[in-house]
Write a protein that binds this ligand. Sequence first.
Ligand SMILES: [Zn+2]
Length: 389
Amino acid sequence: MSTDTPGSQSSLHRANLERVLRAVRMAGSLTQAEIARGTGLSAATVSNIVRELKESGTVVVADTSSGGRRARSVSLSGDAGIVVGVDFGHTHLRVAVGNLAHRVLAEESEPLDVDVSAQQGFDRAERMVERLLGQAGFPADKVIGVGLGVPGPIDVETGALGSTAILPGWTGVMPGQELSGRLGMPVHVDNDANLGALGELVWGAGRGLGDLAYIKVASGVGSGLVINNQIYRGPGGTAGEIGHIVLDEAGPVCRCGNRGCLETFVGSRYLLNLLNANHPGDLSLSKVVQLAQQGDLGCRRVIADAGRQIGMGVATLCNLLNPRRVILGGDLAEAGDLVLSPIRDSVARYAIPSAARQLSVVPGTLGGRAEVLGALALVMSEMGESGVL
Ligand SMILES: [Zn+2]
């Protein structure tokens, strides 16, 4: 912690240094000109700070070209620190170990039973983190922080997991405290939709954009909102609950207690129920997508209708936030244009034209890895300069 007087020359310098570090951390690698543009600092200030960071071994500088001109690219040094991502999903546990230069050094996913207790889940996460750190060849004391994704809302005041239909036995558990106690490392927790948004922002379909929404359609429907390069969570941590926009006030009762929420029309349970008669037996959302791609008319219809309804939610989102890009994640995204075209049609029909003019609706590029990579990005976004220097 700096003890400098706020406003003094040296505290200003440290603040500038942190701005440069944060910009490089989130982008992976930037030219000095890009750092100056992104931070608003002068080229001379950026150049001085980069020299200082290079001398301390925090960043590496390499010659590159930008728009045909020679430039110098700045990235964080690979051994400046290690970050860990842990993602608990509906049916999987995924762990990744990466460095601050955005390289994923080890990654693994294993199936997770929905009925697993929180204790068993954290036991397995602890063993996987230890194993992957060993594979990557780094001791635990090199780890700057752990990002942890959970499929449900986190109470910002208590850190407890709110009620979730997705991991039923976990309500009231303090996931951050639980994992941090086991690993002896700082843990940052967020819900899966916010992490998917961060993952796509830093590593995937949202690279280079500062304003986007990531919509995850799985058992639940949620969104992560990036506004001006930051995840917007709201004071209670509940922002982005797009699944509970009401489409029909006389519709089915939702798990939130309301009726006719978007989630009751496009959540996987509802979609699979629609196909019960046509496809008896075990059906999953990814199987429905596969059948639709093979031409199954019922599956195509169910996906198209879901797209239209998601599009109504996206239209509302556009009118409120005017994002530049909406990225669709979750199993339904694998349907490509079968789901994206109806979303775009609904947006064209229901959003104010000026709110949708610059919008693109695209599938995520990270698939099932979006959340765990977002967990790595969460550590990079939350750590202060003390984490590096
Ligand atoms: Zn609801």
